[in-house]
Design a protein around this ligand. Structure first.
Ligand SMILES: C[S@@+](CC[C@H](N)C(=O)[O-])C[C@H]1O[C@@H](n2cnc3c(N)ncnc32)[C@H](O)[C@@H]1O
Length: 295
């Protein structure tokens, strides 16, 4: 944000310029921000985002204000650990990533370096966060996928000059997580929502209901998100609205999602979705934004 005070020079708030997800995430909402932000009230007290992923909407709101308390959660433990480390120990994380960047850039075989980091069994929380970010920046399509043992198994991405360290983004994220006193939990979305009530704002961005059987976006954690989960989520959406929460949900546009949110105001938008295993399916997906108002 630029602030001009009469008789003084323009001062630039650099931290806000860098407010963006620190990981590329499947289903990330950066491109949908212009459609989502207008539905977020300007006066926020409590903000709940229980399918956090890269947190595009959270960071988008923080560019506007940080005068609210944030309740952020996801079932992905490594991801939530990375948020905690960014909040509490950004400098330590930056020094790990700086080392990884140098080692990667000078590695004679970058693919071998990637697989060595992928196999790395570390013990520390900062190491875990640095590894997650390193793998996210260098693996195929920035995907997060684990095998049945919970081991990250996405192959090498062959990027030319991946930016492993972006200290501005990490510092800006750390700042707003601190300012909003962000509560960061590894928890199922239903448990995360038990405490929210009247006038609290809730943004729900679940793993997508796949538009077709071949384009599944549900490989975030073992288990995925089934049709039954989508139905339960729609019930939860209704309960939150009845409790007086202000709820916004995004999902892919399918016959099931249209049916599930039939009682609510639905906006249809077209987005370019950056992560999809099927190349031909990269653009022009229809998405739903559902607005929860008292029925
Ligand atoms: C579509 S992504 C969210 C993307 C995010 N809005 C962004 O901008 O990056 C869905 C997230 O839900 C998480 N998730 C899946 N099942 C969950 C559950 N039952 N409870 C909470 N989080 C869950 C996944 O780990 C994933 O990070």
């Amino acid at each position: 944000m630029l602030q001009a005070v009469e008789g003084t020079q323009l001062s630039v708030d650099t931290s806000k310029q860098h407010l963006a997800p620190f990981v590329k995430w499947a289903g990330g909402k950066t491109s949908l921000l212009p459609e989502l932000l207008p539905h977020v009230p300007h006066r926020l007290t409590s903000y709940y985002e229980p399918f956090l992923g890269g947190g595009a909407l959270f960071f988008g709101i923080c560019a506007r204000t940080t005068s609210f308390s944030a309740h952020l959660s996801d079932t992905n433990e490594e991801l939530i650990n990375a948020y905690r480390v960014i909040k509490e120990s950004p400098d330590e994380l930056i020094s790990f990533l700086s080392r990884f960047q140098k080692e990667y850039d000078s590695a004679p075989d970058q693919s071998a370096y990637f697989y060595q980091k992928r196999d790395w069994r570390h013990t520390g929380r900062v190491e875990s966060a640095a590894r997650l970010i390193f793998l996210n920046k260098t693996c195929y399509n920035g995907l997060y996928r684990v095998n049945s043992k919970g081991e990250f198994n996405v192959p090498f991405g062959r990027y030319k000059n991946p930016r492993i360290l972006n200290s501005d983004v990490i510092s800006a994220a750390s700042h707003v997580l601190e300012n909003t006193k962000a509560e960061l939990r590894t928890i199922d979305y239903k448990d995360a929502l038990t405490s929210c009530g009247r006038a609290d704002f809730v943004y729900l961005d679940p793993p997508y209901q796949p538009p077709t059987k071949t384009s599944s976006f549900t490989d975030y954690t073992p288990g995925g998100f089934s049709e039954k989960d989508q139905e339960e989520l729609a019930e939860e959406f209704g309960k939150l609205v009845d409790r007086g929460c202000i709820v916004v949900l995004s999902n892919s546009e399918t016959s099931l999602t249209r049916h599930l949110y039939n009682d609510f105001e639905i906006r249809k938008v077209t987005v370019n979705r950056p992560i999809n295993s099927v190349g031909a399916g990269r653009t022009g997906y229809k998405e739903l934004i559902v607005l929860g108002r008292t029925r």
